[in-house]
Design a protein around this ligand. Structure first.
Ligand code: GDP
Length: 455
């Protein structure tokens, strides 16, 4: 899911790369592309409008940032706004102070409620809870049996009326009818209280489409069990209908959270991305397959970066902002321009970059790095360690002016830092070469000061 949206967004943002400054028309053109990408993915129109409005406004008003170039800044804004429409913070399941916590599942038939009941129970069990599943879908033939199968697989008990009998077997100790889902729901809660299950998951009936009777029944169950959470289960594959279905359930039953299912499908999925913005209710979980373990807490930030499909570029942007020392970078740029760069500066820059983590990881975060695995595997922190050791083995005078490093000094440095003389030679030679090249470039392009983020 979201693959074509990812591709389109990446395409829209790609054109910004390499630009030193963004004109209002650059921003408008990018916003237009992003708008098309979202509409094509079925994101609801009002959501798209709001999103584009904010991205444009923020991109135009963006402060010139020392740490990020303009393209990176726009990526950052788009990412943040995507996180916003997906709900911002991760919303955790609310558990009742006095157990049992009651969770009611609502949604259309086939949305994935019964499957979800098993997944949720498994997940809760993994967290040390003792869940009970309650089968209140008495409409669809086989629904109760399906929940029992799911419960068995999850190793979680199921409270269900026996077909043709009343609850509790022939004796009907609870005195309820097995054909009324509201009675079953009530009895399920009682059972949980008596047997000390701490979470009750109530599976309800769905219909193929929205209808009055469905809403009436769901609202009846809701009133009977007074749920701590009512989760609206939404099939992400249903496209544009997702929005109207969500609105109907919001108005007819009300819900406190959304679960997106079938995110493993290849539909465009954008409608599901609109549900939080349209209904105002957060997405709590995502379901990504038919197996019990294909299930996860929904994290808006992770989903946004997955949709943006920028590898871990976003992580890299964040880290760059964190370790970036504006003064140090400016000073280095000035020295490059004036030819004053020393090995001491070089060491400092290298240490700043290495603060961000192993160099192979950093390069691996760049988009497209997936195809370069073999090359990256050779980028070795040990080489950098060696360079660091050589520079550290020099005296401050030698670092400031490598020209004074003659043959006997080279031997001493090599011995002191545990490398060969040719390693030292290589480093010193390369430093002079690089310095010459940087000096020439800065004269040609009018550096310093524009040392970062392209010019
Ligand atoms: P209910 O009518 O709402 O209870 O829906 P079910 O739980 O019976 O699910 C309907 C169908 O969707 C079943 O065939 C499930 O195996 C399938 N299903 C449920 N969740 C997912 C999911 O996340 N991914 C995929 N691919 N299939 C799912």
């Amino acid at each position: 899911m979201f693959e074509s949206l990812s591709d389109r967004l990446a395409g829209a943002l790609k054109d910004l790369r390499g630009k030193g400054r963004l004109s209002p028309s650059d921003i408008d053109a990018t916003a237009r592309e992003i708008r098309l990408a979202l509409l094509e993915a079925d994101v609801a129109l009002p959501v798209v409008r709001g999103f584009i409005g904010k991205v444009k406004e923020r991109a135009k008003g963006a402060e010139v940032s020392a740490a990020l170039n303009p393209a990176q800044q726009v990526v950052k804004i788009v990412n943040e706004e995507l996180i916003n429409i997906l709900g911002g913070e991760t919303r955790r399941l609310r558990l009742a102070k006095n157990p049992p916590t009651v969770i009611m599942l609502a949604g259309l038939q086939g949305a994935g409620k019964t499957t979800l009941a098993g997944k949720l129970a498994t997940w809760l069990k993994g967290q040390g809870h003792t869940p009970l599943l309650v089968a209140c879908d008495l409409q669809r033939p086989g629904a109760v049996t399906q929940l029992q199968v799911v419960g068995e697989r999850a190793g979680v008990p199921v409270f269900a009326p026996h077909p043709g009998t009343s609850i509790g077997g022939g004796e009907n100790p609870l005195g309820v009818s097995a054909s009324d889902p509201i009675d079953v729901a009530r009895a399920g809660i009682e059972e949980a209280k008596q047997k000390q299950y701490d979470v009750v998951i109530v599976d309800t009936a769905g219909r193929l489409g929205i209808d009055e009777e469905l809403m009436r029944q769901a609202a009846g169950i809701r009133d009977a069990v007074n749920p701590d959470e009512t989760l609206f289960v939404l099939d992400a594959m249903i496209g544009q209908d997702a929005v109207s279905t969500a609105e109907a359930f919001r108005d007819g039953v009300g819900f406190t959270g959304v679960v997106l299912t079938k995110l493993d499908g290849d539909a465009r999925g954008g409608a599901a991305l609109s549900v939080r913005e349209i209904t105002g209710q957060p997405i709590l979980f995502a379901s990504t397959g038919e197996k019990l373990e294909d299930f996860d807490v929904f994290h808006p930030d992770r989903m946004a970066s997955r949709i943006l499909g920028m590898g871990d570029l976003l992580t890299l942007i964040e880290q760059a902002e964190q370790v970036y020392d504006a003064k140090q970078a400016e000073e280095a740029a000035r020295k490059i321009g004036s030819g004053e760069l020393t090995l001491e500066d070089f060491l400092e820059q290298m240490l700043a970059i290495r603060k961000m983590g192993p160099i192979g990881n950093l390069l691996g975060m760049l988009p497209g790095a997936g195809q370069m695995k073999d090359v990256l595997a050779q980028v070795d922190d040990k080489q950098l360690d060696r360079v660091q050791a050589i520079i550290r083995g020099m005296t401050p005078a030698e670092r400031a002016n490598p020209k004074i490093i003659n043959a006997s000094r080279r031997l001493r440095i090599a011995n002191g830092s545990g490398v060969s003389v040719s390693d030292v030679n290589q480093l010193v030679d390369r430093f002079f070469e690089a310095k010459k090249m940087m000096g020439a470039m800065s004269r040609q392009f009018g550096l310093p000061g524009a040392g970062r983020g392209g010019k």
